[in-house]
Write a protein that binds this ligand. Structure first.
Ligand SMILES: [Zn+2]
Length: 352
């Protein structure tokens, strides 16, 4: 039965930031091949992405910023130290932004859909962190604009905080943006502290959960139990967007979190259950992950988001040895302390 919508075409392989860049275009085809090996591809409905138009991009970005990207496309150049504007990357990100819009159209009747997105470091007037167009924000804006919804929840479980998405919705109470990420004192983009809670009408609708380095599944579940789930149930989203990616994996080359494949799977499963229970839908976006483990992490996540009982680990090489961890007890204490201060910051806005 072909019942899992996934937005893919070989054109995504044009994604290319140049030799040696950690965000590779080969990951998309690689993941589709892995879905095939795992016997899941037959159950997927592959939908071809359509490029987002300028009008779509302008819902999240300024005209000045789009002009700058166009200029850099012609001349070559960089939006930031890690983000060159290449023809391939700009085109692929436009396609991915378009697929987010198609996915919103598709899931509003209920159900799940998957895109290769989550370019959450692009803000209203800036691009950085491998991100040119913020497809997460563009999808959320379409849900609010052309579909007229009032409450969108974005759960950003990428290891890096979603500073671009935060920038775009910082004053907007229609979008509950919850980012669970590695402590910003230890990683790019250096944003996402508990006291960053929104501004003006949006105060209380930005929620940052900075996890101590090496945090594993138990710590993530603490955060779901005490913050993410109560917030989602009180907010009652009409659409649920998850900005995923496998960089919280403990062997990721750019991060220092502690989820193993089972952890990535369990976080996705918990997200799915919460999303379907609150909004009845889930738009699951996945693009991040750095090193040899990207597609295996994605498979673990995909199986969680779709509640598949596939033995995802049997398609992966043996997992690398874990780094020596801080004791579980001290991680639990650090996580609990962080969650308490977050609840103090947000207590005036939410019941918990
Ligand atoms: Zn990331």
């Amino acid at each position: 039965m072909s019942d899992i919508p996934i937005f893919y075409s070989d054109e995504l392989g044009r994604f290319d930031f140049g030799p040696g860049h950690p965000l590779t275009g080969s990951r998309f085809r690689g993941f589709m091949d892995l879905l095939g090996k795992a016997g899941i591809l037959d159950r997927c409905r592959i939908i071809k992405p359509q490029s987002a138009t300028d009008e779509d991009l302008l819902t999240a970005h300024t005209r000045q910023y789009l002009d700058k990207v166009e200029e850099l496309r012609k001349t070559g150049g960089w939006l930031s130290i890690d983000t060159p504007v290449t023809e391939g990357a700009a085109e692929a990100q436009r396609l991915i932004a378009g697929s987010g819009l198609q996915a919103v159209d598709l899931i509003l009747g209920g159900g799940t859909a998957h895109t290769f997105g989550g370019f959450h470091h692009a803000g209203r007037n800036f691009g950085e962190g491998f991100c040119i167009y913020n497809d997460v924000a563009i999808a959320a804006k379409a849900a609010l604009g052309r579909h007229g919804l009032k409450r969108v929840m974005v759960l950003d479980s990428d290891a890096h905080q979603g500073n671009g998405t935060m920038d775009i919705f910082y004053d907007d109470p229609r979008v509950l943006f919850v980012s669970i990420h590695q402590d910003p004192r230890t990683i790019y983009p250096g944003k996402g502290f508990v006291w960053e809670t929104g501004e003006e009408d949006g105060k209380g609708f930005t929620v940052n959960i900075p996890m101590p380095p090496l945090s594993g599944l138990e710590n993530y579940m603490q955060a779901f139990d005490s913050v993410i789930e109560p917030l989602a149930r009180e907010f009652k989203p009409e659409i649920f967007i998850r900005n995923g990616g496998s960089d919280p994996f403990y062997a990721d080359e750019l991060t220092m979190l502690g989820l193993n494949l089972d952890g990535l799977n369990a976080v996705s499963r918990r997200t799915r259950d919460l999303a379907l229970d609150t909004s009845g839908n889930l738009l699951d976006m996945t693009v991040s992950g750095y090193g040899d483990w990207v597609t295996y992490g994605w498979l673990a996540q995909f199986c969680g988001s779709e509640a598949l009982d596939t033995d995802y680990k049997s398609y992966s090489p043996k997992q690398p040895k874990r780094a020596p961890a801080t004791s579980q007890e001290s991680l639990e204490r650090a996580t609990a302390g962080m969650l308490e201060s977050l609840k103090r910051e947000l207590g005036q806005f939410w019941k918990f």
